[in-house]
Write a protein that binds this ligand. Structure first.
Ligand code: C2E
Ligand code: MG
Ligand code: MG
Ligand code: MG
Length: 284
């Protein structure tokens, strides 16, 4: 049932399922209602130290629980919201929920929230983040905002300025999906970010392909030399995990360690004494 809402496991309504124009119009109409009624839910996926399996933080991943279509993927509704000029409003809702939720956790873990380029570049974005931090009481150092390099294509100087403003609030900024865009090296130079998230497409073949492994090694090395925290995304198998251990990667996020799940399902967020902050489900 959709109740489990585990990311990746169940069928999620994706872009290619939008058959025609009428369908899109209908969905746009529903999205407005969804915002008013808040039909969105956040799942959380662990980011772990690949050696010790200690938790470093959790990434918040949005789902839209559509009353008749079921769970809709962010890959579909985020672009839809962007196109409708609603991403600022939706993004605020997401950020607010994530900060509130993180305040309920028994451990002072970091929460990472995805920010779309249009949202980041909206006037007053950094101020709105400061307001949410203030209102929820979440210490800024417990918040990481994930942005992608596509933001540079929109407005390079604007993006650099906002990122600097955000970091001066005391939060950290991650560069998401690194390696998939057009300006990888320029962005390393220009954007003052803290964390580099290597896209999952680079991890897929590392256990079987030397070239793929070398590329990951290089990026981990570049990130480390630049003083960034490097997170390797999309680790699904033991073989990939072994390889990353060899390579010397530090942090990782992937289905092998934990799938995105509802906050209340994550025991390590509830029971302070019992768990050492390790991923307990990871028992092979
Ligand atoms: P992302 O930020 O790169 O998030 C990681 C995506 O990879 C998530 O997909 C996650 O479920 C998936 N993933 C994690 N580990 C693995 C793995 O081992 N293998 C595979 N194949 N996939 C893995 P999800 O939740 O469907 O989100 C897709 C994208 O939607 C996110 O990619 C992010 O760009 C965007 N997104 C999600 N929530 C939000 C949001 O609240 N706001 C914005 N602006 N974008 C969001
Ligand atoms: Mg992300
Ligand atoms: Mg990513
Ligand atoms: Mg992505």
């Amino acid at each position: 049932q959709a109740k489990e809402a585990l990311g990746g496991n169940i069928r999620v309504f994706e872009e290619h399922m939008l058959r025609d124009f009428d369908d899109r119009k209908a969905l746009e109409h529903d999205l407005r209602e969804a915002l008013a009624r808040n039909e969105f839910e956040l799942l959380y996926q662990a980011q772990v130290d690949i050696k010790t399996l200690e938790l470093r933080g959790l990434e918040a991943l949005s789902r839209w629980n559509h009353p008749s279509r079921g769970i809709i993927s962010p890959n579909l509704f985020i672009p839809l919201a962007e196109g409708m000029g609603l991403i600022g409003q939706l993004g605020k809702l997401v950020l607010e929920s994530a900060c509130k939720e993180a305040m309920r956790w028994k451990r002072p873990l970091k929460v990472s929230v995805n920010i779309s380029p249009l949202q980041l570049l909206e006037r007053g974005f950094a101020e709105s983040v400061a307001k949410i931090l203030h209102e929820t009481g979440l210490p800024p150092k417990r918040l990481e905002l994930e942005i992608t390099e596509t933001v540079l294509l929109e407005d390079r100087d604007g993006a650099v300025a906002v990122v600097s403003d955000l970091r001066s609030l005391g939060l950290t900024v991650a560069l998401d999906d690194f390696g998939t865009g057009y300006s990888s090296l320029a962005i390393l130079r220009d954007i003052p970010f803290d964390t580099l998230k290597l896209d999952k497409s680079f991890v897929r073949d590392i256990a079987t392909n030397d070239l793929a492994a070398t590329l990951v090694r290089l990026v981990v090395d570049i990130g480390s030399r630049l003083g960034k925290t490097v997170i390797v995304e999309g680790v699904e198998t033991r073989a990939q995990h072994e390889k990353i251990l060899q390579i010397g990667g530090l942090l990782s996020q992937g289905f092998l360690f934990a799938r995105p799940a509802r906050s209340e399902k994550l025991a390590f967020l509830r029971d302070d004494e019992q768990s050492a902050g390790l991923i307990e489900d990871f028992a092979h």
